[in-house]
Design a protein around this ligand. Structure first.
Ligand code: HEC
Ligand code: HEC
Length: 353
């Protein structure tokens, strides 16, 4: 049932796999019923989607150490729910994942069927901000939004004159700060090193992670695809090539500022939603979506503190938020066009040095 909707995911996974054959869920795991036919690497993202939609941990449905066992009633219910979700979407929404666990559960194990009464004198607020309708006679196109962005950054010529960048600053997560260095090189290589020992990298083709003295871990195809977005050195100039489908969405308010919105998708790419400040033209938010067999998991990056150096503006602060956590990076020093050896981005063999 989930199979048709997943063809695109399967193809994307196959494109990444060097040998071209994709291991299926039922080949990699012991007790798969609903996720049959899904690539094995999509099983854990599907689990994350269920856990985050219900606001629970893995052990809500599983006994630790025996994930294949069906000894919890909640796991059996979850399987029925997966089946129900697929049926609802097949019957009503042409197989599109319009209704998901989150639609009903909204972060709780037990959905609420009855609307609440007012608990204060304040008017009830809709869960999501209302989109402002586009102003009459001011219809801008996706191309115009991108042109304004490129101009706001300093223009295409200035952007092309910079080919590498070294940034240092601090990363703040869960209230504590650590030093961070970020090395980037055109067109799409990136490595960030926090505390001098914790690496997250994209070598231009695939991503890897690791800590000094421990074995390196390759990113899954889905993680790699997400990491590839962050690694784009000049997304402003490459976006049309990478994302042939660029559609303008309805403008939205972000922290009091009106933003133009672009939805981007393309073969083998994670779908993106981009928010540009209508006044400055700068990119203020990027949301990328990891497709799972059950629904999409968002990662949001908010950009701020744009400063100009060598004729080009870059954000000196960004906050990355996921369903289960967030961190902020504040850059204090930036150097452009510093030579960086490609070896800096390459996945080490064995332990991370
Ligand atoms: C809401 C219930 C629920 C939650 C929460 C949940 N799972 Fe699952 N899990 C399931 C169900 C149902 C299956 C079987 C899927 C199928 O039949 O295709 C499963 C299967 C699995 C399997 C395959 C086991 C095998 O060998 O057959 C693994 C591994 C797994 N889950 C890991 C996790 C992890 C890790 C988490 C936490 C991030 C998690 N699950 C959270 C319900 C859940
Ligand atoms: C169309 C609405 C809807 C969707 C979609 C939905 N659920 Fe549910 N779910 C419910 C309702 C309603 C209940 C409560 C049933 C009851 O109280 O007997 C429930 C109960 C559950 C329970 C039992 C909770 C407990 O405390 O025993 C689990 C587990 C569960 N759902 C998992 C899921 C998962 C996982 C998904 C997505 C694959 C999902 N549900 C999608 C409506 C939905």
């Amino acid at each position: 049932m989930l199979r048709t909707a997943l063809t695109a995911t399967l193809m994307a996974a196959a494109a990444w796999s060097q040998t071209g054959d994709v291991k299926l869920a039922e080949q990699a795991y012991k007790n798969i019923v609903e996720l049959k036919g899904v690539p094995a690497e999509q099983v854990l993202p599907a689990m994350q989607f269920m856990a985050t939609s219900l606001g629970v941990d893995c052990n809500f449905c599983h006994v630790q150490g025996k994930m294949d066992a069906d000894d919890k009633a909640t796991k059996k219910t979850a399987r029925e729910m997966m089946h129900m979700q697929a049926e609802i979407n097949k019957t009503n929404f042409r197989g599109q994942k319009q209704v998901t666990c989150y639609s009903c559960h909204r972060g709780a194990a037990r959905p609420v069927a009855v609307p609440p009464v007012l608990d204060s004198d304040a008017a009830p607020r809709p869960a999501a901000p209302m989109a402002a309708p586009p102003a009459q006679g001011q219809q801008v196109t996706a191309d115009q939004i991108l042109e304004k962005y490129v101009t706001a950054l300093g223009g295409a010529d200035a952007i092309r004159k910079i080919n590498s960048r070294v940034q240092t600053g601090k990363i703040t997560a869960m209230g504590s700060d650590s030093p961070i260095e970020v090395f980037t090189k055109a067109p799409n290589k990136r490595v960030s090193i926090s505390n001098g020992s914790s690496y997250t990298a994209f070598d231009g083709t695939a991503g890897w992670m690791g800590n000094t003295g421990r074995p390196v871990r390759e990113m899954s195809p889905a993680e790699s695809m997400a990491s590839a977005v962050d690694a784009e050195f000049a997304l402003a100039l490459r976006i049309k090539e990478l994302y042939p489908q660029l559609r303008r969405g309805r403008p939205e308010e972000l922290a009091g500022a009106t933003c133009e919105v672009l939805n981007a998708s393309g073969p083998g790419r994670v779908p993106l939603r981009l928010y540009f400040d209508s006044k400055s033209g700068l990119l203020v938010r990027l949301v990328r979506y990891a497709d799972t067999p059950l629904g999409r998991i968002p990662t949001q990056v908010d950009y701020a503190d744009y400063r100009e150096q060598d004729g080009v503006k870059t954000p000196f602060r960004w906050t990355l938020s996921r369903t289960n956590g967030r961190f902020t990076i504040q850059i204090s020093d930036l150097k452009n066009n510093v030579p960086i050896d490609d070896a800096k981005f390459a996945k080490p063999t064995g332990d991370v040095k």
